[in-house]
Design a protein around this ligand. Structure first.
Ligand code: DOR
Length: 438
């Protein structure tokens, strides 16, 4: 029988209100016991004294780029990046080439994932065929093949009528629609947040209303259809306001925020707010939705702390060097974030703005509940006895320098290069197997 005992760690599992120093035992790939002297006679032992022992982190929004965009990332490099970042479960977005819009592509992906074997990958399939926004994909067939949600992420669902129909199907299938909220007529041509930094730099802005109008539209359709709606990467105080209103009315909605929208602001594109001597026109900070002013980031942090925003998702969006080493207007949108997500978010804990328990909740059981993933994988996001043996061990005080050249991800595109972060993943265990150890 294969067993691992993790000794003397600070075990934190918000799903069970567990916050104790104890041992944890994994047997045959599942959590077998938590408590003093769990697994006293086991041979494979990890000493976790002084370290945090968490349920394996869950990221419900990342781009693994396979099939078709292997120059940006592969399932293998993305999986390696995930486990280094402490994630044992990720949901991958369907904006690949071809897009994940048919049962065979979903099955192909699952085959690749099991060959790699490092991390659980739960696929999110397209809402519309080819992500073209013209006709609905076969959502029933995609659900049967294993899709856990539907999204045209990277783009909004182009037609409100199609979003409405998708939500109707979603309510029958019991799966959520993950909407990338962007009114394309309002964002057209924009490359960063519309504000004083964009004016100063001479770049065309994307107004907050491009996101907020789309959030309002999606909420109205959700209310009408009763289909489960999850808002991807919300970034403005206005979106938070709509979210709060919808939740107060009992509308079946959830939302995620990214580490960068919580912790970074648009000034970083001017070379400020990052490392001293940061880059002007740093294309690594070009992301969609764009980094916003402090007031928006603060509204997102407050909503996360209170639980109005359900969870953190990385929106890990790796790109090749060529796609970023160019004029700001031409650069691809996206930040490579799996390997920095936890440490960047821990800065909110170190600053006393979000409690450690709430942060871990937002990276474990929060995302599981938001997309209903426990229906696919019972016990996911918890350290309950019988749950998958997915565990992340973190040194919360360890300082380290972000060096993109050392990333496992092919995407070196981070605006955090050179920055010192506090908090490091030291060991990741997936299904009872150590998949990353420093
Ligand atoms: O910045 C982004 N990059 N935002 C998205 O919505 C898509 C993503 C990508 O696929 O590169």
């Amino acid at each position: 029988m294969s067993s691992i005992a993790i000794r003397g760690g600070h075990i934190l599992d918000p799903s069970q209100g567990l916050d104790i120093v104890a041992d944890l035992l994994i047997v045959e790939g599942r959590i077998a016991a938590v408590g003093p002297d769990a697994g006293a006679d086991v041979r494979e032992v990890i000493d976790a004294s002084g370290l945090l022992v968490l349920p394996g982190l869950v990221d419900i929004h990342c781009h693994l780029r396979e099939p078709g965009l292997e120059h940006k990332e592969t399932i293998e490099t993305g999986a390696l990046a995930a486990v280094r970042g402490g994630f044992t479960t990720v949901c991958c977005m369907p904006n690949t080439e071809p897009p994940l819009d048919s049962a065979p592509t979903i099955r192909w992906l699952q085959g690749r994932v099991s060959q790699v074997g490092l991390v659980r990958v739960l696929p999110i399939a397209c809402v519309t065929r080819g992500r073209r926004g013209k006709e609905l994909a076969d959502l029933i067939e995609l659900a049967e093949a294993g899709a856990v949600a539907f999204s045209d992420d990277g783009e909004p669902v182009a037609e409100p009528q199609l979003l409405r129909l998708a939500l109707q199907y979603a309510s029958v299938l019991g799966l959520p629609i993950v909407e990338h909220c962007e009114d394309k007529s309002l964002s057209a041509g924009g490359v960063m947040h519309e504000g004083w930094v964009a004016t100063r730099l001479g770049l065309k802005g994307i107004p907050p209303a491009a996101e907020e109008a789309a959030v309002a539209r999606a909420i109205a359709l959700c209310a009408e259809t009763g289909g489960r709606l999850h808002l991807a990467h919300i970034s403005t105080a206005g979106s938070v306001g709509w979210l709060r209103l919808a939740k107060a009315q009992g509308i079946p909605i959830s939302a995620e925020v990214t580490p960068h929208h919580l912790c970074l602001t648009h000034e970083i594109i001017m070379g400020e707010g990052g490392v001293p001597g940061g880059l002007l026109y740093d294309t690594n900070a070009k992301v969609n939705p764009p980094l916003r002013p402090r007031a928006d980031a603060d509204a997102c942090v407050a909503a996360l702390a209170e639980g109005a925003i359900d969870c953190i998702a990385t929106d890990h969006a790796p790109h090749s060097v060529e796609e970023k080493l160019c004029e700001f207007d031409l650069a691809a949108f996206g930040i490579s974030s799996l390997e920095t997500a936890l440490a960047l978010c821990l800065s909110l804990v170190h600053q006393g703005r979000v409690s450690l328990g709430r942060l871990i909740e937002a990276m474990t059981i929060g995302p599981v509940r938001a997309l209903g993933l426990h229906r696919h994988v019972p016990g996911l996001g918890t350290l309950a006895v019988g749950a998958p043996g997915d565990v992340t061990i973190v040194d919360p005080e360890r300082e380290w320098r972000v060096e993109p050249d050392c990333f496992a991800s092919k995407g070196k595109n981070t605006p955090l290069a050179g920055r010192t972060l506090r908090g490091k993943v030291v060991c990741t265990i997936y299904g009872g197997k150590v998949v990353w150890k420093e």
